[in-house]
Design a protein around this ligand. Structure first.
Ligand code: GDP
Ligand code: MG
Length: 282
C-alpha cells in the first residue's frame, strides 16, 4: 500500500500501526448522517452520489439527511429521494447548527458504524470504503486535511485560519490531530453514543467537543486522508461563535472537569425523547 494513503492510528498514542487493507470481514452496517443547510440545488444529487458509494460497500445501510431549518427547498428536494427505503429525511423547524443536526441524526441511527458526511459535498465521499475499513483499528476515524495523502483546496485565508484553529485546539484541548473540522468522520456507533451523552455545543465547535470527549475517554482515533475543496469562507460571526464555544469546551474540560463528572450520568440515559429535537417527516 502506498504510504501516503495509509491511515495513521493515533490512538491513545500507544499503538501506531497501519490499517489492514484486505477486504475480508468487510460487512459493517452503516448509518450515514448528512447535515444539510440551504442546499436546495445540490441536495438530491448529493444523496444519490452518497447512496451509490455506500451501496457498493454494504447492503445494510441507512442515509439520514437532516435539514437544519433551511428556508429554501432543501427539505422538499431531499424528500424526493426518500422513496428509497434506505434514505430518511429529518427536519429541524428552525436552524440550530451543524452539531445539532448531527445530533438529531445520531439519535436516529441504528447501525453498527455511524459516519458524518457534510451534505454540501465539499469532501469526496469516495473515501468511504477506506475510512470504514480503518474503523477496524479504532473507535473513530477522522479525515484530516493535513494527512500526507490528502488533497486540500481552499482559499489561502481559509487555510491560514484552519491552521491557527488547529493549533489552538491542540494547545487547549490536548487533541493531537492535524485537523478536527473536516466533515467526514466515522465512529463505532456504541462509542459515539457514549460521547453524545455529554455534548453541549450545537454549532461548528461540535467536532472539537466530540474529539475532546473521545480523547478524555482514551478512545482510539485513526487519522485518514481525504479529498476536500472548500470554496466558501465562513462569516466573522461564525468564527467568533466558534471561539466562544472552544473556550466553553476548555472551561468544562480543564477547569470544571464537567465532562468527567457528567459523562457517567448520561451514559445510561436511554436515547429518547428527552434529548431528541428533530422532527421526522418521512
Ligand atoms: N452553514 C451552515 N451549515 C450547516 C448548518 N447546519 C448544518 N449545516 C451543514 O453542515 C455542513 C458544513 O457546513 P459548511 O458551512 O459547509 O462548513 P464548512 O465546510 O466548514 O465551511 C454542510 O453540509 C451544511 O449544509 C448551519 O446552521 N449553517
Ligand atoms: Mg462545506
Amino acid at each position: 500500500m502506498d504510504a501516503r494513503n495509509r491511515c495513521a492510528v493515533i490512538p491513545h498514542y500507544h499503538d501506531l500501526r497501519t490499517v489492514d487493507s484486505s477486504d475480508e470481514d468487510l460487512t459493517p452496517s452503516i448509518s450515514l448522517i448528512m447535515p444539510a443547510y440551504e442546499l436546495e440545488d445540490r441536495i438530491a444529487e448529493a444523496i444519490e452520489k452518497v447512496e451509490k458509494t455506500v451501496s457498493t460497500i454494504t447492503d445494510e445501510y441507512e442515509i439520514i439527511v437532516v435539514d437544519d431549518g433551511s428556508k429554501d427547498k432543501t427539505y422538499r428536494r431531499a424528500l424526493t429521494r426518500a422513496e428509497n427505503p434506505h434514505i430518511r429525511v429529518y427536519r429541524h423547524p428552525v436552524n440550530l447548527g451543524k452539531g445539532a443536526a448531527i445530533r438529531t441524526g445520531v439519535m436516529n441511527a441504528t447501525m453498527e458504524y455511524t459516519v458524518f458526511l457534510d451534505a454540501d459535498m465539499d469532501v469526496d465521499p469516495g473515501g468511504l470504503r477506506k475510512i470504514v475499513k480503518a474503523l477496524r483499528s479504532g473507535d473513530i476515524v477522522v479525515c484530516s486535511k493535513r494527512h500526507p495523502g490528502s488533497v486540500y483546496r481552499a482559499p489561502f485565508v481559509r487555510k491560514l485560519l484552519s491552521v491557527s484553529f488547529n493549533t489552538l485546539v491542540k494547545l487547549l484541548m490536548g487533541i493531537r490531530l492535524g485537523d478536527t473540522q473536516t466533515g467526514f468522520k466515522a465512529f463505532r456507533t456504541e462509542a459515539l453514543r457514549r460521547i453524545m451523552g455529554a455534548i453541549v455545543v450545537k454549532r461548528y465547535a461540535f467536532d472539537v467537543e466530540v474529539l475532546a470527549i473521545a480523547n478524555m475517554l482514551k478512545m482510539r482515533i485513526v487519522e485518514a486522508p481525504v479529498r476536500i475543496e472548500q470554496k466558501s469562507m465562513f462569516s466573522f460571526k461564525a468564527a467568533m461563535q466558534m471561539l466562544i464555544d472552544i473556550m466553553g469546551i476548555f472551561y468544562r474540560l480543564r477547569v470544571l472537569r464537567w465532562y468527567q463528572k457528567n459523562l457517567n450520568a448520561y451514559v445510561n440515559t436511554p436515547i429518547g425523547e428527552d434529548i431528541y429535537y428533530g422532527t421526522r417527516h418521512s
